[in-house]
Ligand binder design. Structure first.
Ligand SMILES: [Zn+2]
Length: 103
């Protein structure tokens, strides 16, 4: 089951990152084109600072428990999570954040 592409692990790195927390998203980086053929949007983990690419399935899983609506254009937003599959965080908080470079 692969719901996302873990960029941090693409070079064969394994292991779980510590969810230190407090990471801030790089909005410029989150505007770059997605690389995975099935990727539909990014997610960013404030626990470990990892940026992941989410497939449609991953998006459905992440948006299942939140009230926020996804916009039609998924490239305008990313999921911000407090933990992810690459770190040992246990906080399941998820929100949809708008990428706004003009504001
Ligand atoms: Zn993480």
């Amino acid at each position: 089951m692969n719901d996302h592409i873990n960029k941090g692990n693409m070079l064969g790195k394994t292991g779980i990152a510590k969810a230190i927390g407090g990471f801030k998203p790089n909005y410029i980086r989150l505007q770059e084109p997605l690389e995975g053929p099935e990727s539909v949007m990014y997610s960013f983990c404030t626990g470990c600072g990892n940026i992941l690419e989410q497939t449609q399935k991953g998006v459905e899983l992440l948006s299942a428990d939140i009230d926020q609506q996804l916009p039609d254009n998924l490239s305008d937003v990313f999921f911000q999570t407090a933990s992810c599959s690459c770190c040992d965080g246990t906080n399941k908080a998820v929100s949809i954040v708008e990428i706004n470079l003009r504001g």
